[in-house]
Write a protein that binds this ligand. Structure first.
Ligand code: TZP
Ligand code: MG
Length: 216
């Protein structure tokens, strides 16, 4: 069995990389986050060539090893070339059934959803998890739209059984209000990669999420 099948149900904090925002660089961010116990990393890169992406993705694959699931945003070709565990795609990217045909059953496909209808459809079409977006306003993704607030997550939680990760404007001050709504994992980009100490920030998120989950 692929190592990630059991891990996917048990992730608390999910790092998405951003080389444009990062203080210390993507590889350093991934190393520090995985050392802190982050169990899933998504390589999201908008500014590099395909060759540069593949070279970097191969290094990230090595850092994650079997300690963290490694996904690539959008780029199924890069994911396959680097031996990633799967991809994360958006509503306007390659349709999930096409992605599944290319990747096969043994790779993870995560899909961004904005409401319960999209979440139900994602599960029906075989997504392994959904990324609910955007919970709060964010400046990291310019076309993310306005934050819908954590309350909407509860309706999604009631309608699907696959893991839900929440993204968009999540930080230290608001993370508890999101985890309380029944998500499996929180995603943060700027709250982590803009920090001076990625390892410490990741540890903080993981500990806070675990403690909050124990209460609910
Ligand atoms: N998808 C939806 S919101 C977002 C992405 C990639 C950006 C989240 O970044 P941040 O800095 O955690 O708000
Ligand atoms: Mg996309």
């Amino acid at each position: 069995m692929a190592f990630w099948k059991s891990l996917l149900k048990d992730i608390d904090f999910y790092l998405v990389t951003d080389s444009g925002l990062s203080r210390k660089g993507t590889l350093s961010d991934v190393k520090c986050a995985v050392a802190a116990g982050c169990k899933i990393v998504q390589y999201r890169e908008k500014d590099k060539t395909t060759k540069e992406m593949i070279e970097e993705a191969i290094l990230i694959r090595k850092i994650c090893g079997e300690n963290a699931i490694f996904l690539v945003n959008d780029r199924i070709d890069v994911a396959l070339a680097a031996g990633a565990d799967g991809v994360h795609i958006g509503q306007d990217d390659m349709p999930i059934d096409s992605a599944r045909r290319i990747l096969g059953e043994n790779k993870i496909i995560g899909l961004t959803v904005h409401d319960t209808d999209e979440a139900i459809e994602a599960e029906r079409k075989g997504a392994d998890y959904v990324g609910f977006s955007p919970v709060f306003d964010t400046t990291t993704k310019k076309d993310a739209g306005m934050g819908v607030g954590p309350e909407r997550i509860q309706a999604v939680r009631k309608t699907i059984n696959i893991p839900i990760v929440a993204i968009g404007g999540i930080n230290k001050d608001n993370c508890i209000s999101v985890i309380e709504k029944g998500v499996d994992s929180l995603v943060a980009i700027s709250a982590i990669v803009c920090s001076d100490d990625v390892r410490r920030e990741t540890e903080y998120f993981i500990e806070t999420i675990r403690k909050t989950k124990q209460k609910y």
